[in-house]
Ligand binder design. Sequence first.
Ligand SMILES: [Zn+2]
Length: 176
Amino acid sequence: MSHSDITKEQLDILDINSTFSEEYFERRKIKRNICSVYKRTLSYQLQHCLCCGTENESSIIKWGFKKVHYLLNDMAEFKTYLELKKQRFFCKSCGQTFLAEDTITDRHCWISNRVKLSIAERLTEPLMMGFISHLKHVSVMQLKLFDCKNKIILLDFPHQRHLTNSQYNTVERSIL
Ligand SMILES: [Zn+2]
């Protein structure tokens, strides 16, 4: 098993399209905390445009990278980030640029799905919000948007329990 595969196993990352670069790990000070940062590159060949759907017959070209940071579950008690260099694409048919997609987070969210799952588990236990917030490095406000079944239940906001999916996504994006 390669170093890249071992790291993906350790971080519980299933995305098959990405690889870790040679210098894939460092400890870095971020906002007064010493954090673990894993570096990774995500790039692949597209079958069709994600904007207009046109089949890729040399009409989609690679267009540089964008670096994003995702929060992962702690490793060895260090706050841990994935620094992901995501491939940007340009479609000659529709003139749009867009990023490679991954399964590590939801769109427009920097908290990984694995962290959300971990939070959902904690929320089923009799723990204080403040403690979970400290443990998972997210704000109490963000915690209120989670629930153990990933349903639309906004804790402490009973008047908002009947939000539609699109309304919920809007609220989630504005806070996350
Ligand atoms: Zn297109």
